[in-house]
Design a protein around this ligand. Structure first.
Ligand SMILES: O=P(O)(O)OC[C@H]1O[C@H](OP(=O)(O)OP(=O)(O)O)[C@H](O)[C@@H]1O
Ligand SMILES: Nc1nc2[nH]cnc2c(=O)[nH]1
Ligand SMILES: [Mg+2]
Length: 182
């Protein structure tokens, strides 16, 4: 039996689901980036857990770097303004960059990052998103090349994803009980 946090109402992706998804993504990326100069860029803080798993599921040589961008603050709604809190340490010019994100929701974060990083002239620039909230009727400016799973249009936590900085350490992805959000 999986242990579940008492604040979690429903588990959407179990540890076994996550393992299977990340393994599949790692195999695809390993195949596509063989012989290339791969740099994984994780978006802090949400993507750290996925990054840790994904990089170990990739078999080709790679480098890692981090950027910190935040638009959700403490709540469950985007402020609409993306803020760079920490920039890359590495020069990505001419390298094959793959942005690693936990979730693509409104697309605001990734749209901003893709624009900002493309100015630095990488050889290629793609996105690996663990979850994609591709809500019907909503256009997203970014189409991730690698998608772990489609996510229902609900605010999810766990596996790096927080609510007011909590729940990032849950090993599953789930939805909290309504009383926790209020
Ligand atoms: O597609 P969007 O609507 O822009 O939402 C996705 C972003 O929101 C969350 O980050 P957040 O800004 O909350 O910061 P965090 O990673 O530190 O939790 C999540 O980790 C993604 O980066
Ligand atoms: N924790 C969390 N952060 C998000 N950022 C954008 N969408 C979400 C979501 O569903 N959950
Ligand atoms: Mg994030």
């Amino acid at each position: 039996m999986e242990s579940t946090h008492p604040d979690v109402e429903r588990v959407l992706f179990s540890e076994a689901d996550i393992k299977e998804i990340v393994g599949r993504m790692g195999a695809e990326i390993s195949r596509d980036y063989a012989g290339k100069d791969l740099v994984l860029i994780a978006v802090l803080r949400g993507a750290v857990v996925f990054m840790g798993d994904l990089m170990r599921a990739i078999t080709c040589p790679l480098a890692i770097d981090f950027m910190a961008v935040s638009s959700y603050g403490e709540g469950a709604k985007s402020s609409g303004v993306v803020r760079i809190v920490k920039d890359l340490d590495m020069d990505i010019k001419g390298r094959d960059v793959l942005i690693v994100e936990d979730i693509l929701d409104s697309g605001l974060t990734l749209n901003y990052l893709m624009k900002s990083l493309s100015h630095r002239k990488p050889a290629s620039l793609e996105v690996a998103a663990f979850l994609w909230k591709d809500v019907e009727g909503r256009e997203t400016a970014v189409e991730p090349k690698y998608v772990g799973a489609h996510c229902p249009d609900e605010f999810v936590v766990g596996y790096g994803l927080d609510f007011a900085e909590r729940y990032r350490n849950l090993p599953q992805v789930g939805v909290l009980k309504p009383e926790v959000y209020s």
